[in-house]
Design a protein. Structure first.
Length: 64
């Protein structure tokens, strides 16, 4: 699936925001997460980080 540049920028921005949000949630000493919530947040964080990684790879391939 091909996205326009504006769509790619938006996806990238939203994914980065989500990664920051999850990172803050996982490392906030004040919030108490259950083990299940923590595992879910970690899975989601890894998924978002993988998406950003794939995005960077695709952009590098397209530039060449």
């Amino acid at each position: 699936m091909t996205y326009t540049l504006i769509q790619e920028i938006l996806i990238n921005k939203l994914t980065k925001e989500k990664v920051n949000e999850l990172h803050d949630l996982l490392h906030d000493k004040k919030s108490l997460l259950s083990d299940r919530q923590r595992e879910k947040a970690l899975r989601e964080l890894r998924s978002c980080q993988e998406l950003l990684y794939q995005y960077r790879l695709n952009r590098q391939i397209e530039v060449r």
